[in-house]
Design a protein around this ligand. Structure first.
Ligand SMILES: CC(C)(COP(=O)(O)OP(=O)(O)OC[C@H]1O[C@@H](n2cnc3c(N)ncnc32)[C@H](O)[C@@H]1OP(=O)(O)O)[C@@H](O)C(=O)NCCC(=O)NCCS
Length: 203
């Protein structure tokens, strides 16, 4: 387990190092990752930096989610909790000081070897430029050392989300299992789509 964690961390570290160089150059990383890298690449947005969240980020996260038609907005208080109590698993992407994306996640108390992605979002103008992938990479790299799985639920109609998680798994050479997450019957609203559980790992 320690060996696989070490190998995984090395892959993630290499990936992030290359991403940083690509960001500096402001260009696609496809060629930079050929050769010995066991992972492929997505086009990377220029000048985007990544850091863990602070309490003062919560309002921006809430506004970004409210502006998105796909995501379910939670209360502003919920984002304050994510940016404080779950700060180490809540990552921010910034471009020129502006919020370009975020991932809010936590370690489920009943699954200490997993990190569960609660919400991930990139700014509409930056989608398809690698920000979602980089947020997941940073999340896993900064997660607790015993972390071997990344989990998330995805509705069947959210192709961008499915592509994001499958692409992340492909880049780290980890298997993906898809099963029942939360059925519609659990929700009191009128939703018609279940939440399918994506389980990526072990890594
Ligand atoms: C899902 C989301 C976070 C992806 O972020 P992103 O920054 O675009 O992700 P990336 O640029 O790293 O792309 C990851 C992969 O998804 C693919 N992708 C991105 N947007 C896509 C779309 N609209 N349709 C299909 N594929 C898409 C990319 O091509 C890439 O594929 P690859 O791994 O084969 O190269 C973003 O689309 C978003 O914010 N959507 C609205 C909120 C949401 O649905 N969040 C997920 C549920 S919590």
């Amino acid at each position: 387990m320690i060996a696989s964690q070490t190998i995984f961390n090395a892959i993630i570290a290499a990936e992030i190092t290359i991403d940083t160089k690509a960001n500096d150059a402001g260009k696609n990383t496809q060629s930079a990752r050929s050769g010995s890298q066991p992972i492929d690449s997505a086009p990377v947005a220029a000048d985007v930096s990544y850091r863990t969240a602070q309490a003062t980020d919560a309002g921006g996260l809430w506004k970004m989610v409210c502006a998105d038609s796909t995501l379910e907005a939670n209360s502003p208080y919920a984002y304050v909790l994510m940016a404080t109590h779950f700060q180490e698993t809540c990552w921010i992407a910034e471009q020129n000081g502006e919020l370009a994306g975020f991932v809010a996640a936590y370690h489920p108390p009943t699954e200490p070897d997993a990190v569960f992605v609660w919400q991930v979002c990139s700014a509409p103008q930056w989608r398809g430029h690698g920000i979602g992938t980089s947020l997941l990479q940073n999340l896993v790299r900064g997660a607790r050392p015993q972390t071997r799985y990344l989990t998330a639920t995805v509705t069947p109609d959210n192709q961008a989300s499915e592509k994001l998680f499958r692409g992340f798994a492909r880049r780290i050479n980890a298997p993906v299992q898809v099963g029942e997450g939360f059925p519609t019957s659990l929700f009191p609203d009128e939703r018609s789509q279940p939440e399918m559980l994506f389980r990526i790992g072990p890594f």
